[in-house]
Design a protein around this ligand. Structure first.
Ligand SMILES: NC(=O)c1ccc[n+]([C@@H]2O[C@H](COP(=O)([O-])OP(=O)(O)OC[C@H]3O[C@@H](n4cnc5c(N)ncnc54)[C@H](OP(=O)(O)O)[C@@H]3O)[C@@H](O)[C@H]2O)c1
Length: 181
């Protein structure tokens, strides 16, 4: 019959014997009747092992979160999609270019040489955007404003008719205008 030392080595936990008949291992009192007793120290040691493991895992996760945040804040936030492909000779319509993504797209395409038609509902705001882009890209091609209010089908038809009448062709239509909810 295996005894205390053998079972401790096997299970990694202090073992004091079951006291069952035939068990040659005595309990903490040294008597065979203190059945199934595991002493308090061994429980505390097992809990301490778990606590250490949790602290280590928590620390690793916290460091990973911190590194991800730093990477996002200092690197990803400033990364802008870019391309060196020339857009010279292309005519592109961008709806909703008076702010946000549309405005940024207009600037990016102007830098790459595209001729732009900004289809927007606010003429004053769009004129300001055109002037900003022209300041940043002085050698850039033409940028036109065309009135388009997508909330009015009449305005949509009018804008489409005007562009069809004026332009020989359109290379790209960027349907950007809208609200992000
Ligand atoms: N920002 C995001 O995280 C995100 C994520 C997913 C999708 N999107 C989509 O990307 C597009 C642009 O987003 P954004 O963040 O750049 O929005 P934004 O800054 O609010 O710009 C929206 C643009 O759409 C124009 N617009 C709104 N309603 C219009 C209408 N009835 N007729 C004509 N123009 C109109 C606005 O004109 P005014 O200047 O006159 O208001 C503005 O130029 C939206 O379609 C949005 O749903 C955005």
């Amino acid at each position: 019959m295996e005894c205390v030392e053998d079972r401790e080595a096997l299970h990694g936990v202090a073992y004091k014997g079951t006291g069952e008949s035939g068990d040659s291992c005595p309990g903490p009192t040294g008597r065979a009747d203190d059945a199934g007793h595991v002493n308090g120290d061994s429980i505390i040691m097992a809990l301490e092992d778990w606590a250490v493991a949790l602290v280590v895992i928590g620390s690793v996760l916290a460091v990973m979160c911190l590194l991800s945040f730093v990477y996002y804040w200092f690197v990803l936030r400033y990364r802008v999609a870019s391309s060196s492909v020339s857009m010279k000779g292309k005519t592109i319509i961008i709806t909703g270019a008076s702010s946000g993504i549309g405005k940024a797209t207009a600037l990016g395409l102007a830098r790459r040489g595209a001729r732009l038609i900004l289809a927007c509902r606010n003429e004053e705001k769009t004129a300001q955007v055109i002037s900003e882009i022209k300041q940043k890209v002085p050698q850039g091609p033409e940028i036109l404003y065309r009135h388009l209010d997508l909330a009015s089908l009449q305005s949509v038809r009018k804008c489409a008719e005007q562009i069809t009448r004026e332009e020989s062709h359109i290379d790209t239509l960027i349907n950007n205008a809208g609200r992000h909810i």
